[in-house]
Design a protein around this ligand. Sequence first.
Ligand code: SF4
Ligand code: SF4
Length: 404
Amino acid sequence: MMFDIINRKFILFGYPFGPHDFFLLGLTMIASIVFIFLFTAVFGRLFCGWVCPQTVFMEMVFRKIDYWVEGDHKNQRRLNESAWTGEKLFKKGTKYAIYFVISFLVSNMLLAWIIGVEALGKIVTDPVEMHLGGFIAMMLFTGLFYWIFIWFREQACILVCPYGRLQGVLLDPNSIVIAYDYLRGEPRGKIKKSERRSHGDCIDCKECVVVCPTGIDIRNGTQLECVNCTACIDACDYVMEKIDKPKGLIRFDSLNGIKEKRRKSFTSRVIGYSTLQVLLVALLSYFLATRSDVDVTILRTPGMFYQEQGDDKVSNLYDIKLLNKTFEPLEIDLKLHDNDDGELKLLGDKIVIPPQESAQAKMFVLLEKNEIKKMNTPIVIEVYSNGKEIHRIKSSFLGPVEKK
Ligand code: SF4
Ligand code: SF4
């Protein structure tokens, strides 16, 4: 994969795409948006907790470093509130140094996606002054990631991410979300020994609130800030186990699932999104399957009639337009299909199309007069790229028809 936005070069799964494939990009984006709508309508904000790189890095890498260096959240809070001692200095210094190294690696990875591994290798190995722009970009990205993971954190999900802000319109009561079973949990109340309990199962221990990275209380209902990390589910299950109650007071469920105790996945909205998604994917697959590395157009030069070439031959002039979609130069050859007596004469040098560029050429096609039986004779031209046949272009040949 490569997304070189600056030079407008894109590689997906090894296939090169350029500005001429813009409609494919547009179609892919529309299909992706419909997929996000569909996925969110069914599974809620599952993407945020388990796929989004921001959350994955935060929960699987940086939060683990916090725990490893500073201990659990109670120890972390204690350390933050304590005075600066040698131990605090050592722990904070270690943590921030590890953060910086990982941010630098993430920044290199992102740059490799944008400019390619070879170009990144040169920035890393050549003297700095040879790639000053690349070096500055690398440092800016490192600084950005460092700032995000050290300070900004979940604020990216709450304040910046457009997907998060769309939740209000994407979710409906049948979408699966992280939900608190208020029918089972309420009325909440502290557990007291030797007291007959008349409350619901929530003992108001607030463990679900303490572990929440975005600081919300899921018992107040689904909220924009919830990134579906499921930390509250784990915390509450642990509490339920301790007080000998069934797990799942907080769980993946829809609001209707909690209220009516049944889930409805195939709503009319989901069916509509699915149908649109299938159509878009089919269309995209068709365009991708029929896409070739070279676009060729061959047309008779406008305004030109046929030319007599001696007593026995007639020629037509053609315009050729070619587009090379690959990142390699291509040498193009043209031949007349199934016509040994006809001739094809290129005006000028051999056609070589530079990578990701277009080329134009002109050629004569000459046919024997006795081959021409009508005013407009169909011909087929074979197009070869680096010796391999890639296209057969149909065209027509104008010629004189002898009066009988
Ligand atoms: S962790 Fe469970 S029991 Fe404790 S406050 Fe949250 S919902 Fe209630
Ligand atoms: S409410 Fe639960 S799932 Fe949502 S962000 Fe907080 S801890 Fe994660």
